[in-house]
Each structure stands twice: as structure tokens, then as C-alpha cells.
Design a protein around this ligand. Structure first.
Ligand SMILES: [Zn+2]
Length: 213
């Protein structure tokens, strides 16, 4: 699988390009901050952005969507529960998906792992040996559940599902918040304090919702 990680914007966001090795078709995960940079990166690698996959509706993950739509010819996907939170004039351009749906990016199949908790429609995009986790799982952390639409009980169940993936699956987080830019399910199971709390729903919820400095 082809994967390229770009760090863009003032909030340490990671934007990803992915597709089948040697193919032309390429998806951008979370087009934000500098879509021109993503286009240039794809072109450097002899590829073209044909799909955009949204992890969730927060502005720091979707603020490049106007540029994506202006370019034309790029199909945009998000979980149907987060589509209504995206600017109304863009909603009709987005295909709303559900848990288990797939997107074919050329020969690469990318699946929706619906992981609510940070937002109702938060999605981890699962392709090949990689999980593009948005703001659901970070290196050594997980997404906040105290923002509008957040739910720590849903996050508990979402992290449990992520933890069941094979340990060798690579974790590609939505922000550069950890000690490494790319991790794996096995590394997070071993090191991520939120994965350590998955034995008890009540412990997880109280710890996730502990007062922040
Ligand atoms: Zn977010």
C-alpha cells in the first residue's frame, strides 16, 4: 500500500495520501489546511487525488474541502452522522457512509470502521495494513469526548473494537501528538494509557472525563 503522511497547518494535523502501490488513484484522508500541498505531493509521486475520506467533521480536518470540490472529479466520503455538521453548501457533495461500507480507491479497498466517541460519525478508515484513525486514537492517547457530540461511553466501545485489530496494523493518527508519527495497534495496546483502561467502562469514562488543566 502507498501511504504518504503530510503534517500541515498550525494544529499538528496529519493529512494522508493512500492508495494501492503502483496505482494512479489516490485518496486524501482529511483534506485540510493546504490542499495544494497534498496535490503537489501526489503529483510528485506520479499519482492523482481521486477520493477524499473524512475522519470527522471538525474544521481542522475538513477546511480544505472547498478546494477539493472546486477542483472537481474527487469523490468525497464521510460517515453519514457527521455529514450534517459540515457546511450546508458542501453536504450534497459528500457521500454519507455507514459502518462496514467500503470505498474502492482504484484497486485498494478502504473500509469504514465506525468509531464514535469524539464525534457521532467519527470513522477510522481501514485499508490494507493501516488504520487512519482521525481523532479517535492518537499515539499514547485518544480523542477528547467533552466536545459537542462527544461521548466517552461510545469511545470506550470504539477503542475496544480498534484494540481487536491485528497487532501489526499500522496506526496513522490525525495529529502529531505522540512520541512517534506512526504507531501500530500492538504498540498502542502496550503503551497507550487509554487502552490500559478498557477493562472497566466506569473507570475509563471517569478517567477520560477527568478535569483538564
Ligand atoms: Zn476532532
Amino acid at each position: 500500500m502507498y501511504v504518504r503522511q503530510l503534517k500541515l497547518g498550525p494544529m499538528e494535523n496529519f493529512v494522508y495520501l493512500l492508495g494501492a502501490e503502483g496505482a494512479h488513484e489516490t485518496a486524501v484522508v482529511d483534506p485540510a489546511w493546504d490542499f495544494a500541498a497534498a496535490l503537489r505531493a501526489a503529483e510528485e509521486d506520479g499519482r492523482a487525488i481521486t477520493h477524499a475520506l473524512i475522519s470527522h467533521h471538525h474544521f481542522d480536518h475538513v477546511n480544505g474541502l472547498p478546494d477539493v470540490l472546486a477542483r472537481g472529479g474527487i469523490r468525497v466520503y464521510a460517515h453519514k452522522l457527521d455529514v450534517p455538521k459540515i457546511a450546508p453548501e458542501m453536504q450534497k457533495e459528500i457521500e454519507g457512509l455507514s459502518a462496514g461500507d467500503d470505498v474502492e480507491v482504484g484497486p485498494l479497498r478502504v473500509s469504514v470502521l465506525h468509531t464514535p466517541g469524539h464525534t457521532p460519525g467519527s470513522t477510522c478508515w481501514h485499508a490494507g495494513g493501516g488504520l487512519f484513525a482521525g481523532d479517535t486514537v492518537f499515539v499514547n492517547a485518544c480523542g477528547r469526548c467533552d466536545l459537542a457530540g462527544g461521548d466517552p461511553e461510545q469511545m470506550f466501545h470504539s477503542l475496544k473494537r480498534v484494540a481487536e485489530l491485528p497487532e501489526e496494523v499500522k496506526l496513522y493518527p490525525g495529529h502529531d501528538y505522540g512520541d512517534v508519527p506512526v504507531s501500530s495497534i500492538g504498540r498502542e495496546r502496550a503503551n497507550n494509557p487509554y487502552f490500559q483502561k478498557l477493562a472497566s467502562l466506569t473507570d475509563f469514562v471517569s478517567w477520560r472525563m477527568r478535569p483538564r488543566k
